[in-house]
Design a protein. Sequence first.
Length: 94
Amino acid sequence: MMRNSIHNLLRLNALVSKQATPDPGKSLPLAILSGEGIAPELIAACRSVLAAIEDNTNFRFDIETGGKIGKEALAANGNSLTEEVVSFCRRNFE
């Protein structure tokens, strides 16, 4: 999942660095699964970068965040990967 997030940020960087003109009123879709370990800090930093891009350009993002995964989900549901998260991934990453 993190690979997809990084891939999306690299694509975004390519768009911004080429000074692409966003379609007026159209947001770029981004899906996020925070994960565990370093991922929450990395995602928080990425969201700050996206906010700065929105504040300084005409780019807008439609960010959808998935449910808990890993240890957090296991503690809450007894399952590290819920059907809700699987559906989120299928909807956003396939």
